[in-house]
Write a protein that binds this ligand. Structure first.
Ligand code: MN
Length: 129
């Protein structure tokens, strides 16, 4: 089923690869290249899921996740961190900031799209008719 996914990622190569993998599965991908733009777009585009890089210009991924969770219009959208910033404790930090999961870079093109889909709630949940 087609879902709308917001990708907040400042690296053009990663944006290209992730967009390719998700569009290939029939999803719609909306992009933001920095934190503030990501927060703005989340409110406007109302995506089914947000993929969030941690190292971003303007506002890091933790701040973006906290802003999304602090706003009632975006609080229920699942946020999954996609990052190579895999220092000890990072996963705990993104979960503490409101994230619901974590995918490590470099991503595996074989499994990436299905891993992303596993974080999207089934229809009948949020915004169901
Ligand atoms: Mn980055």
């Amino acid at each position: 089923m087609k879902r709308r996914i917001l990708l907040v990622e400042d690296n053009e190569h990663n944006r290209y690869l992730i967009t390719y993998l998700l569009e290939h599965r029939g999803h719609e991908v909306v992009h933001a290249a920095d934190g503030p733009q990501g927060v703005r777009l989340a409110g406007q585009a109302r995506p089914d899921l947000i993929l969030l890089d941690i190292q971003l210009p303007g506002m890091d991924g933790y701040a973006v996740a906290r802003a999304l969770k602090g706003d009632p219009t975006t609080a229920s959208i699942p946020v999954v961190a996609v990052t190579s910033y895999a220092m000890c404790g990072d996963q705990e930090r993104i979960m503490a900031a409101g994230g619901c999961g974590y995918i490590e870079k470099p991503i595996d093109p074989e499994t990436f799209a299905s891993t992303v889909e596993s974080f999207i709630p089934e229809p009948g949940g949020r915004d169901a008719p």
